[in-house]
Design a binder for this molecule. Structure first.
Ligand code: ADP
Length: 163
C-alpha cells in the first residue's frame, strides 16, 4: 500500500500549542508528517532556522512518524522532492480563510497531484498565533498556556535583556 506523506508548512516562529494540536491530528492520519519551515516568507523571524528546528524537534519526540524539514522556493516543488501528496494547513478563524483558499487553489493549479487539507484545532487554540505569543513574551506576560515549556524558556532568553 502506498504510504501517504503530508507536509505541514509554516513559519513556526516559534512553534505553539496550536501548531502541536494540528501535528497531533495529522500524525494519527498520515504515514509520515514533515513539519516544514518556510524560509522565504515575507515575515522577519525572531528565531533562526536552527533555533526553530530545535524547538520543533524537542516537541516531536513523542511522535515517531513526524519529522522536521525546511525549504526555500515553491512548496509544491518541495512536496515533489519529498514525495508528499498532502499539504496540511490549520484553519483558525474566518480571517485565515481567504488567504488559505487562494494558496490552496493556486497550488492545485500548478501541481494537481498535491492536495491541501485543512484541520481545525481544539477551539481553545483558535485565537492563538506566534505573533501574539512573541508580543506577550516581549512584555514579560504569562505564556505558559500557549507554548510548550522548552519554547517558553527560549522566548524568555530572547527577551531577557530587552525592555
Ligand atoms: P502563525 O505565525 O500565524 O502562527 P505559521 O505560518 O507558523 O503561522 O502557521 C503554520 C500553519 O499552522 C498555518 O496553516 C496556520 O494556519 C496554522 N496555525 C498556526 N497557529 C495555529 C493555531 N493556533 N491553531 C491551528 N492552526 C494554526
Amino acid at each position: 500500500m502506498k504510504k501517504i506523506i503530508a507536509l505541514y508548512p509554516g513559519t513556526f516562529d516559534p512553534i505553539t500549542n496550536g501548531h502541536l494540536d494540528i501535528i497531533e491530528r495529522a500524525s494519527s492520519l498520515f504515514d509520515r508528517v514533515i513539519v516544514t519551515i518556510a524560509l522565504n516568507s515575507s515575515k522577519k523571524p525572531l528565531f533562526s532556522e536552527d533555533e526553530r528546528k530545535e524547538m520543533i524537534l524537542q516537541e516531536l519526540k513523542k511522535h515517531k512518524n513526524v519529522e522536521v524539514g525546511a525549504f526555500r522556493g515553491l512548496l509544491v516543488e518541495y512536496a515533489k522532492k519529498k514525495k508528499a501528496s498532502v499539504i496540511i494547513r490549520g484553519l483558525r478563524a474566518i480571517s485565515d480563510y481567504e488567504y488559505e483558499f487562494q494558496m490552496a487553489l493556486t497550488n492545485r493549479k500548478i501541481s494537481p497531484e498535491v492536495t491541501t487539507m485543512f484541520m481545525m484545532p481544539n477551539e481553545k487554540y483558535t485565537y492563538l498565533n506566534s505573533t501574539l505569543v512573541k508580543e506577550l513574551a516581549a512584555f514579560k506576560g504569562n505564556i505558559k498556556c500557549f507554548v510548550p515549556k522548552f519554547v517558553e524558556k527560549k522566548l524568555r532568553e530572547k527577551f531577557k535583556n530587552r525592555l
